[in-house]
Design a protein around this ligand. Structure first.
Ligand SMILES: [Zn+2]
Length: 319
């Protein structure tokens, strides 16, 4: 995750402090330079905590929770809610208007979407997702960031379930159907090639269109953190294992168009993902729809046995 408000905190912290104000505060952490990359983040905020993200999800180890039905997304089909796209130097960030609401069993409240952003690698040949499924990464990962009961982001950080993130994988494949919404998304990237640039989206596409046909009933749920400093442990994660299939040129567009600085000769904006973190003693839950079907149709399920048992009981009674 790379919410700009985290950067705003860092900027604010520097402004309030007596530090060297000539330092570019957005560069206090980074992805690719060993001096400020993820290996150094342990010293920042909560980044060395015990419920960090992202994680590798081992699907046979996930616990099925019978209460985890499909998530309900209200307003996500409204293209007018996508306000603008911004290059933050760490990701491409889309600001959302109020009115996109996430609810689902297993969530303690209704959550309101505030923004979304992506993580990627160096093109279609190398995975750039943050989460892995059974030790397998995907081309990219999309994070929709929500706050509980439409809290301000400041207040959401004080609640251990203050933020809910929906994580969707993107997988490059030559067999993907053309996607007008992702084509439009990548066209807009050209207007935010440099860090600090932004552009209005003017109803070009909706979030629902970007999500394609992903089944919203199939997901994993766990308690984790922001994946960028300060790595606050306040996130309820919902990770959808079925990727959004996109043509390879969609994935290639991000690192080839976007720059991590305000100069087009600066480093590319690429490999902006945090390495996997330890699951520790946490448990990942699987939604109802991910329950594995019985291996043989000839094996009666317990529910199917109930009428039989009732019949036997009735016969026994009459005897
Ligand atoms: Zn993210």
């Amino acid at each position: 995750m790379n919410p700009t408000w985290v950067q705003h905190f860092i900027v604010l912290g520097t402004l309030l402090g007596a530090g060297d104000t000539s330092t570019d505060t957005a560069d206090t952490w980074c992805y690719e330079d060993p001096k400020c990359g993820p290996e150094t983040w342990a010293a920042l905020g909560h980044c060395s905590g015990t419920r960090q993200s992202p994680i590798n999800i081992v699907t046979p180890a996930a616990v099925h929770n019978p209460h985890l039905g499909a998530v309900s997304l209200a307003g996500y089909g409204d293209a007018g809610k996508l306000i603008s796209m911004e290059n933050t130097g760490k990701t491409v960030y889309v600001h959302l208007a109020d009115g996109l609401h996430l609810s689902a069993q297993g969530l303690p409240a209704t959550y309101t979407a505030k923004s979304f952003h992506l993580h990627w690698g160096q093109g279609a040949a190398r995975p750039g997702s943050e989460h892995f499924i059974n030790h397998k990464g995907f081309s990219m990962e999309l994070h929709i960031v929500h706050t509980k009961n439409n809290l301000s982001t400041t207040d959401a950080l004080k609640d251990p379930e203050g933020i809910a993130v929906l994580a969707f994988f993107l997988q490059a494949t030559a067999h993907a159907r053309p996607s007008p919404s992702w084509d439009s998304f990548t066209q807009h990237l050209k207007k935010v090639a440099l860090k600090g640039e932004d552009t209005d989206l003017e109803g070009s596409f909706s979030l629902r269109e970007l999500l394609g046909s992903v089944d919203l009933a199939r997901y994993y749920r766990y308690q984790g953190s922001l994946t960028t400093p300060n790595c606050d442990e306040v996130v309820v994660w919902t990770v959808f294992p079925d990727p959004i299939l996109v043509p390879p040129d969609v994935v290639t567009a991000f690192p080839s168009i976007l720059n991590s600085t305000d100069s087009d000769s600066g480093p590319r904006l690429q490999n902006n993902y945090r390495p996997l973190q330890s699951l520790g003693d946490r448990q990942v839950e699987a939604s109802v729809a991910l329950r594995v079907a019985p291996s043989s149709s000839s094996t009666p399920r317990p529910a199917a046995l109930i009428p039989l048992l009732i019949s036997i009981a009735a016969i026994t009674w009459h005897l």
